[in-house]
Ligand binder design. Structure first.
Ligand code: CMX
Length: 446
């Protein structure tokens, strides 16, 4: 067994009695209430999922294993001369909850190098997709295709004890994560470079190898590391994380679950918002013939979008109630490396213009920018202009967090997820009951 797996084994053994005790002795303790508004409103804020990999505070933003994102960026080991940390270190942190040192990072690097080769049939399936397929469709298909490699599915077929589920899921997760840079860059090569791909450099780390295969010079390796780390996890209730968890709860293997989570991420209200931001910005850029708009011109554009019944992409959030720290970290990077980029200046101006307009409009509970408002312009700056591809970058990062979650889901034997539905008539009966209790809950993003 590898040292990482050994460590994980110990952590799992420590965690299992905690869950067991909660379940056995405190199973009837009330955690939350559900209002009619929440039932009809996408179950916002109802506490009904559990994960220790990350926690999203509405005002502070995400913490990975208790660490804020600035702490994660500062404390994870970095490659020599690199500004951003190893993605491999993040894998260790998310899986074990412990900040890794160089040795631990080295071990994940070794594991990924052993597992990085993509079977030929995956290239062939990608090659056979129609040219106009969206990159996220190709991404989900590639991961689905790999399902025949599932160690979990083979073990299950042969008869496996439930205590070993996590071990087989770990093998699937490490195998898939190691292949993500190759899958992503081959999709890019196929869709936008006539299939001309750059071979992997096994001496490079996850982010470095990705940048190398994209054929983009430094500091794009740091951009890649930053992206994959920032997008990795956002607790369990968002569509991609929740979908992965839900599908995996039926013991569909990790490949099936991750392909599902990719499909969830591909919606414009979720991960696809990063491509929507670029599309929307470029429309304005073309209108302005490349000039930086005045505040008034920018405001008009925002109002026109709202008045036509569309959302402002990259703004608002279902949980956050302040500027997303993932936005702020990318902004810092852009200010340092590309302050004069015209599209970045558009993004920066939007930061001033959009929030007061959303407040004035009075609908969005959170008028502040999310991760997607900033991510595309950085890619654009470094020459990745095919913005349909941006959500694949989000998906590669997100897959890492979901892999960690699914290993833990299986380790703690979380059961098949099966909430209860009721009919509208039943809901009316509850709501119209003169003795019905009303909630004092106020929106706190939770
Ligand atoms: N522009 C215009 N209207 C917005 C808005 C925005 N950016 N954000 C929210 N609103 C509107 C909602 O559409 C909703 O309107 P209706 O009452 O007419 O349906 C109202 O404000 C209340 O919504 P909310 O409770 O504040 O937000 P939700 O939890 O329902 O939705 C989100 C959250 C992200 C879907 C929404 O803010 C949005 O559509 N933003 C733009 C798309 C986007 O950037 N998505 C990426 C989110 C991050 C990610 O997952 O990657």
């Amino acid at each position: 067994m590898s040292r990482l797996k050994d460590k994980l084994y110990d952590k799992i053994e420590q965690q299992r009695p905690r869950i067991n005790k909660l379940n056995k002795e405190f199973g009837d303790v009330i955690v939350d209430e559900v209002t009619v508004g929440q039932l009809l409103g996408g179950v916002r804020g109802v506490k009904c999922l559990i994960t220790d990999i990350s926690y999203l505070d509405p005002f502070e933003g995400i913490r990975y294993r208790g660490y804020t994102l600035p702490e994660v960026i500062e404390q994870l080991p970095k490659p020599k001369g690199g500004e951003m940390p190893y993605v491999e270190g993040l894998v260790h942190l998310l899986l074990t909850g412990e900040m890794p040192g160089d040795k631990e990072v080295e071990e994940v690097l070794d594991e990924f190098q052993k597992r990085r080769i993509l079977p030929r049939y995956v290239y062939e399936v990608i090659d056979s997709m129609p040219c106009c397929s969206h990159p996220m469709t190709v991404f989900a298909t590639a991961v689905m295709t790999l399902q025949r490699e599932s160690f979990f599915a083979k073990k299950y077929k042969g008869g496996i004890s439930k205590w070993e589920y996590w071990d087989a899921t770990y093998e699937d997760a490490m195998n898939l994560m190691a292949k993500l840079p190759e899958i992503g860059t081959y999709i890019y090569a196929k869709l936008y470079r006539d299939g001309k791909r750059i071979q992997q450099n096994p001496a490079l780390d996850f982010g470095g190898n990705f940048a190398h295969m994209m054929g983009i010079a430094k500091p794009y390796d740091d951009v890649s590391r930053l992206y994959f780390i920032l997008h990795a996890d956002h607790e369990s209730g968002n569509v991609s994380a929740h979908t992965g968890h839900l599908v995996s709860s039926s013991l569909s293997d990790l490949y099936l679950s991750i392909a599902s989570m990719i499909n969830g991420l591909a919606g414009p209200l979720h991960g696809l918002a990063n491509q929507e931001v670029l599309r929307w910005l470029l429309e304005l850029y073309d209108k302005m013939e490349g000039k930086i708009p005045t505040d008034d011109e920018m405001s008009q554009y925002v109002w026109d979008t709202l008045n036509s019944g569309q959302v402002i992409p990259g703004y608002g959030h279902a949980v956050l109630r302040k500027t997303d720290p993932r936005y702020s970290l990318q902004r810092e990077f852009a200010l340092k490396h590309m302050p004069d980029d015209p599209l970045f200046q558009y993004v920066d101006k939007l930061y001033k213009v959009v929030p007061p307009i959303l407040v004035e409009q009075g609908k969005a509970k959170n008028p502040w920018p999310n991760v997607d408002a900033q991510s595309g312009v950085i890619q654009w700056h470094y020459g990745l202009r095919e913005y349909d591809f941006y959500t694949v970058l989000f998906g590669i990062g997100r897959a890492i967090g979901i892999c960690a979650n699914l290993i833990w889901d299986r380790a703690l034997l979380y059961p098949l997820e099966r909430p209860k539905s009721i009919t509208t008539e039943m809901l009316e009966k509850i709501a119209f009951d003169p003795k019905a209790k009303r909630s004092k809950k106020k929106d706190s993003g939770e």
